[in-house]
Design a protein around this ligand. Structure first.
Ligand SMILES: NC(=O)c1ccc[n+]([C@@H]2O[C@H](COP(=O)([O-])OP(=O)(O)OC[C@H]3O[C@@H](n4cnc5c(N)ncnc54)[C@H](OP(=O)(O)O)[C@@H]3O)[C@@H](O)[C@H]2O)c1
Length: 293
């Protein structure tokens, strides 16, 4: 199976290299040539456009920032749709709007292209290790066909339901994730204010009832003042806008998530949009009168 990969950013670069390691022939494309070259050095072929990638592959994966980017790559000029051929499957692994996903899937289907939405969780470390959780929406038979592709990038692979249900699951994941991040930031601020050894607090909490992926991955970064992006605050805010939009249409109040969305806005307002999400702690430190950064 020849797999195309479009969007070689923090996540895409790692996911595409895991496909190569699993033995897939990969055709890679991104707007920045150096990112494509890095994958070619690992054995991939270079694709010149989404259309070119689609023409040469059985499956095309997109891993780009936002809904307009997926729309552009799939349906725009020189897009995947222009490279449509018999049997082509398009898998979008970005986090985007569930309703837009359904529209894009319908447009592609009219040209005979079958689509899956397959957003992921597990962060940059999960992308590197090939241990992502992958939540899939779309036809069950297409999902079955693509399982070996998913298995090269993730360990928990779940078919949720029809088009868009993968994206809705990912938005639920973001609600749980950001509230967990908020809890960790608050715990660390309290520990700092109390003057206890914060590293020992993290050690003690790991393995107890407060343990989590967020605690193990993000608390040490908060403590080390390492705000390098594994996941940009700018993209987290995009996800939370999608969450609030969906919640609004459903009449589902999400007061905790709305609060974290605003606290991320406070970090963005002081130039933090390109920092990693662990920089949420900066907003709480400022509220607590701690000397931040
Ligand atoms: N980072 C995480 O921890 C994480 C975890 C789960 C899900 N996600 C989701 O995964 C997606 C990607 O996130 P990321 O962190 O990898 O972001 P990123 O580092 O910004 O990467 C996105 C890449 O998409 C490429 N791109 C954008 N428009 C394109 C186009 N028209 N044609 C070809 N390539 C295009 C860009 O490549 P160029 O630089 O070449 O333009 C960029 O490198 C987002 O939807 C995000 O919400 C991220």
């Amino acid at each position: 199976m020849r797999v195309g990969f479009i969007g070689l950013g923090i996540m895409g670069q790692q996911m595409a290299s895991n496909l190569l390691k699993a033995g897939f022939r990969v055709v890679a494309h991104s707007r920045t040539r150096s990112k494509v070259d890095a994958l070619v050095a690992l054995g991939a072929e270079a694709g010149t456009s989404p259309r070119d990638v689609a023409r040469r592959c059985d499956v095309v994966i997109t891993m780009v920032p936002d809904t307009p980017d997926v729309r552009h790559v799939m349906l725009g000029p020189d897009g995947v749709i222009e490279g449509a051929h018999d049997g082509l499957i398009a898998i979008d692994m970005s986090t985007i709007s569930p309703t837009a996903t359904q529209e894009i899937a319908a447009t592609l289907a009219a040209k005979g292209v079958r689509m899956l939405d397959a957003p992921v969780s597990g962060g940059q470390s999960g992308a590197i290790a090939g241990t992502l959780s992958i939540m899939v929406g779309g036809d069950a038979a297409v999902f079955k066909q693509c399982e070996p592709v998913f298995a090269a990038m993730g360990t928990r692979i779940t078919h949720i339901g029809p088009h868009g249900h993968g994206q809705i699951t990912k938005l639920c994941n973001q609600v749980v994730g950001v509230l967990n991040l908020q809890a960790i930031a608050e715990g660390l601020v309290l520990a700092t204010k109390a003057g206890v050894d914060v590293q020992r607090v993290i050690d003690a909490l790991s393995g107890g009832a407060a343990d989590s992926w967020m605690l193990r991955n993000q608390a040490p970064r908060m403590l080390a003042r390492d705000f390098a992006p594994g996941f940009f605050i700018r993209l987290q805010q995009k996800d939370l806008r999608l969450v609030m939009e969906l919640a609004g249409t459903l009449g589902a109040p999400l007061p905790g998530t709305a609060l974290v969305h605003q606290l991320f806005s406070a970090v963005e307002a002081t130039g933090g949009g390109e920092l990693g999400t662990q920089a949420l702690v900066l907003a709480l430190e400022r509220l607590a009168g701690l000397d931040s950064r």
